[in-house]
Design a protein around this ligand. Structure first.
Ligand code: NZQ
Ligand code: ZN
Length: 385
């Protein structure tokens, strides 16, 4: 495997009732801004639990962070932060709220002219407010990683910095019981694809990373459908396994020391930016096409995936790979997400625009070896039709 330095400093408080842990996790002297989304936390009791835990703290709130958080919305928090002298952020919500709060944390202390430069020009982040979070939707891994994805004027772009990694994250599976089937599906599929993008590349003899990744994939394949089935959807053990799998899928562990291929995410971000398709639903459309178009480069790992995840050990290489891709698509279908552009009413006339956006965002050498040029991305989109 490659050399690597690994650190994940986020303190995880896992389990039912753990929202109470924020009382001690945030200093009493802090002036906190609680950030959240469109109000799900008000109807499922999470807001009340947070308010109880913070009853002896000084706190204010900023709501309205939307899915695929926008620069314009996030910048509205700057005045509150100044006026109230905020020095600690508590994100309560899904990946969008956590990502948006990461941007707020860096923007609040940015000394340049326009904080969008932190994203669009990847200006260095030299300071950020500390962040804690209460995760309500297991999916992105944002609760313990260094990344965030922000949208401005149709540009959905990522930034990464250790200074925005949450100090702590509360993972209470019970708060996920109020999720719609659509959001449960999205979360399972997002975590599955995060794992695949750090696994399905080429072999570097990273046995620990591979087997951790395979454990996550098997867990998501086993538990994901249970979270949608009437008989098991309220089972907290199911929710807990999904929640921990989603955190582990993108907390840096399985990606340390191995090649990574974020092609599916980069093409997926363009689909969200141009057509508003849910993040995970872009991934379930793009990943099978990436597996098909890049199958030569990924041959060895595809065969390992076929064998260890789907027990496909008979027949020639090509047929095992084709079957593994078909079973991946079947899993996505079981999780009720689309696997073709046509399933979201897109046809070949969308492809030029998407490829142009990839070019505009510098996504011209994607993949574990930089071999996914714009032409290959076009091929992938055609394969996804
Ligand atoms: O806004 P509220 O009212 O809270 O409703 C949300 C939102 O409408 C709702 N929801 C969340 N928790 C709930 C709930 N509804 C009922 N009960 C609960 N417990 O779910 C809806 C979607 O929320 P969102 O935060 O947008 O979903 P998700 O967690 O999937 O986050 C997606 C965002 O994360 C980015 C994506 O690009 C997208 O913008 N990503 C961030 C990554 C990272 N930071 O590492 C990596 C990912 O690949 C991804 O790109
Ligand atoms: Zn994702």
């Amino acid at each position: 495997m490659f050399n690597f330095s690994f650190e994940n400093s986020t303190h995880i408080h896992f389990g039912e009732g753990q929202i109470a842990a924020i009382t001690d996790a945030i200093p009493k002297s802090a002036r906190i801004l609680v950030t959240y989304g469109g109000g799900s936390i008000k109807s499922n009791g999470v807001y009340d639990q947070v308010a109880t835990a913070l009853r002896d703290h000084t706190w204010f709130e900023f709501s309205g962070i939307e899915p695929n958080p926008s620069y314009d919305t996030l910048m509205k928090s700057m005045k509150l932060i100044r006026v109230h002298n905020i020095d600690y952020l508590l994100a309560v919500g899904g990946g969008s709220v956590v990502d948006g709060t990461k941007f707020i944390a860096a923007a609040a202390l940015y000394e340049g002219d326009d904080p969008w430069d932190l994203v669009a020009k990847q200006q260095p982040i030299t300071a950020a407010l500390p962040i804690g979070c209460v995760l309500t939707l297991p999916a992105t891994g944002s609760e313990s990683n260094t990344g965030a994805v922000i949208t401005r004027d149709g540009n959905k772009l990522a930034f990464l910095n250790p200074l925005v990694r949450p100090v702590f994250a509360v993972l209470d599976p019970a708060v996920t019981l109020s999720l719609s089937d659509r959001q449960i599906s999205n979360g399972v599929v997002d975590a599955f694809v995060h794992t695949m993008e750090q696994y399905l590349t080429y072999d570097v003899n990273g046995k620990v990373q591979d087997r951790f990744a395979e454990g996550l994939l098997l867990t998501l394949i086993e538990e994901g459908p249970k979270a949608l089935a009437d008989a098991t959807k309220h089972d907290l053990a199911v929710r807990g396994n999904i929640m921990w799998a989603a955190t582990m899928a993108l907390n840096g562990l399985i990606g340390a020391g191995v090649p990574q291929d974020w092609t599916t995410h980069m093409i997926g971000h363009e689909l969200t930016a141009s057509y508003g398709i849910d993040h995970a639903r872009t991934l379930s459309i793009v990943l099978p096409a990436v597996m098909k178009v890049c199958s030569d480069a990924k041959r060895e790992k595809l065969l390992q995936y076929a064998s260890r995840i789907w027990q496909l050990n008979e027949g020639d290489d090509a047929s095992r790979i084709a079957r593994a891709i078909a079973l991946t698509e079947d899993f996505f279908t079981t999780m009720q997400v689309p696997t073709r552009l046509s399933h979201v009413e897109l046809a070949d006339d969308a492809i030029d625009g998407l490829v142009n956006q990839l070019a505009a965002h510098g996504m011209v050498k994607l993949g574990e070896k930089g071999a996914v040029t714009l032409d290959v991305s076009r091929e992938i989109l055609v394969a996804a039709l």
